[in-house]
Design a binder for this molecule. Structure first.
Ligand code: ASP
Ligand code: MG
Length: 421
C-alpha cells in the first residue's frame, strides 16, 4: 500500500486560478513521489469574509443553519476548480464535499467538532489512483445537515482526515514560511522555528498565533499526526514540523510570543460568596456553547460576603454572554456587570519555563519598563498570559520578543494575510 499524504492549502494559496495551478503542481509533485494524496482546501482568498458580509447586509441575526449553508459554499468552489486544474495536467482527481467524504460532526452550527470520518469512499478513489480533493471547514450531521467547524477550521479538517486515513504526514501549506517566534509583521526579525511540540503549538494557537486552527493541533496531538506548516510559495523551505517529540533539554525558556485581540473581558460584580455561584454562571455559558478563556475570582470581601468573578470570552460571543448573565441576574443577586473590549491577551509560551523561576517576573518587569498596565494575569505550566490595553499589544509583543532573546538575524519574508494587529 502506498503512503498517504494529506496536504492542506489555505485561502491565500488558492486565491485565484493562477495560484490554483500552482497548487495543482505541488499536489502532482507529491503524487509523483509515489504517494497517495488527499488534498484539503479552504475557500478562495477572502471568500468566507465576503459571504459573511453579504449575510450581515441582510440581517443582523442570520440563522446559524443558513450561515453554515452559505459559508460551506466557499470551499465547494475551490475543490471543483482544483480538481479541474489537476485533471488538466493529465492526472486523475475527484472533488468531494463533506458529505461525500463522510465527515461527521456534532449537531451544532458554526463551531461543530468532527466526531467521525467514514473514509471508505476516499480510500476506494485512492485505490483507483485518483487524487482526492476534499472541502475543508465543513461537515455533516447524522441527519445530513451541513455544519461548519468554525473560522479557520480547514486545518482541523485536514488533520482529522490524516488521522482517519492513518496518513504519514499532514502538510499545511500557507502563505508564511512556517511557525514563527511571533507574528513577523509585528517583529520583522521573528525567527522561524524548525520544530515545535504539540503542547507549545497548542498554547501558542490558543494565545492568538493565527497560523493554525487550535483544534487542528489538539487533533494532531491526540492522534499523533506529524504536521508540517510550510509555504506554498517557497517549496525550498520545509517550514516548521509540529511533533510530539520534545527536545532533551530546552535552553530557552520562551519559544514564542503571541497576542490575541479578539477577546472581551466581563466582570460579574458582587456575587455572593457561596458554593454553586461559579458553577451556575459557567454551566449556563457552556449550555450556550460559549467557551471561556481566562477566569479569575477575587478574594471574598469579609463585610459584604461577596466577590467578583472576571472572565474573558471571544468577542463574537459577547452578546450571547451578556444575555445569559442578564437572565441570571436575580438568581446571582449581582448588581453590576462590567464589560471591557479594549483588551489584548499577550502571552509567552515555552516548555522551557517549567521549573525555571523568574520568567513571570521578567515578563512583568518588561511591562513595567514600557509603562504597560496589566489588567489580568493567568498562567499554565508552559504559558503566562496578561491582559493589556489593545493599544499596548504591539509594544508588549516587541518588548517580550526582545527580552526573551527570540530575534533572528534575518528579516522574515511575510506575504501578510494574517489579521492586523
Ligand atoms: N474558509 C474558512 C475561513 O475562512 C475556513 C478556513 O479557511 O480554514 O474561515
Ligand atoms: Mg487558516
Amino acid at each position: 500500500m502506498n503512503r498517504i499524504i494529506v496536504q492542506k492549502f489555505g485561502g491565500t494559496s488558492v486565491a485565484d486560478t493562477d495560484k490554483i495551478k500552482n497548487v495543482a503542481k505541488i499536489v502532482i509533485r507529491e503524487k509523483e513521489n509515489g504517494n497517495d494524496v488527499v488534498v484539503v482546501v479552504s475557500a478562495m482568498g477572502h471568500t468566507t469574509d465576503y459571504l459573511v458580509k453579504m449575510a450581515k447586509d441582510l440581517t443582523t441575526t442570520p440563522s446559524e443553519r443558513e450561515m453554515d449553508m452559505l459559508l460551506s459554499t466557499g470551499e465547494g468552489v475551490s475543490i471543483a476548480l482544483l480538481a479541474m486544474a489537476i485533471q488538466s495536467q493529465g492526472y486523475d482527481a475527484i472533488s468531494y464535499n463533506a458529505i461525500q467524504a463522510g465527515i461527521y460532526t456534532e449537531n451544532i452550527h458554526s463551531k461543530a467538532r468532527i466526531t467521525d470520518i467514514k473514509t471508505d469512499k476516499i480510500k476506494s478513489q485512492l485505490a483507483q489512483g485518483k487524487i482526492v480533493v476534499v472541502a475543508g471547514f465543513q461537515g455533516m450531521t447524522e441527519d445530513y445537515e451541513i455544519t461548519t467547524l468554525g473560522r479557520g477550521g480547514s486545518d482541523t479538517s485536514a488533520v482529522a482526515l490524516a488521522a482517519a486515513l492513518n496518513a504519514t504526514r499532514c502538510d499545511i501549506y500557507t502563505d508564511v514560511e512556517g511557525v514563527y517566534t511571533t507574528d513577523p509583521r509585528i517583529v520583522p526579525k521573528a525567527s522561524r522555528l524548525e520544530e515545535i511540540s504539540y503542547d507549545e503549538m497548542l498554547e501558542l494557537a490558543h494565545a492568538g498565533a493565527n497560523v493554525l486552527h487550535p483544534r487542528s493541533v489538539e487533533t494532531a496531538k491526540h492522534s499523533n499526526v506529524q504536521m508540517r506548516v510550510r509555504s506554498s510559495f517557497n517549496l525550498n523551505n520545509l517550514g516548521t514540523l509540529i511533533t510530539g517529540v520534545e527536545k532533551m533539554e530546552i535552553y530557552k525558556p520562551v519559544t514564542g510570543v503571541a497576542a490575541d485581540l479578539s477577546q472581551a473581558r466581563i466582570v460579574v460584580c458582587n456575587v455572593p460568596d457561596r458554593p454553586g455561584v461559579a458553577a451556575k454562571i459557567f454551566s449556563c455559558l457552556a449550555d450556550k456553547k460559549i467557551s471561556v478563556d481566562m477566569i479569575i475570582q477575587s478574594y471574598a470581601r469579609k463585610i459584604s460576603n461577596t466577590n467578583d468573578i472576571a472572565f474573558t470570552v471571544n468577542g463574537c460571543d459577547l452578546d450571547k454572554t451578556l444575555e445569559t448573565l442578564d437572565e441570571l441576574k436575580t438568581e446571582l443577586n449581582s448588581d453590576e456587570v462590567e464589560v471591557d473590549t479594549d483588551i489584548a491577551k499577550v502571552s509567552i509560551v515555552g516548555a522551557g519555563m517549567i521549573d525555571r523561576p523568574g520568567i513571570a517576573s521578567k515578563m512583568f518587569e518588561t511591562f513595567a519598563k514600557q509603562g504597560i498596565n496589566i489588567k489580568m494575569i493567568s498562567t499554565s505550566e508552559i504559558k503566562i498570559s496578561c491582559l493589556v490595553n489593545k493599544e499596548d499589544a504591539k509594544r508588549a509583543v516587541q518588548a517580550l520578543h526582545d527580552v526573551f532573546e527570540l530575534n533572528s538575524d534575518v528579516v522574515a519574508d511575510v506575504k501578510g494575510t494574517l489579521p492586523d494587529v
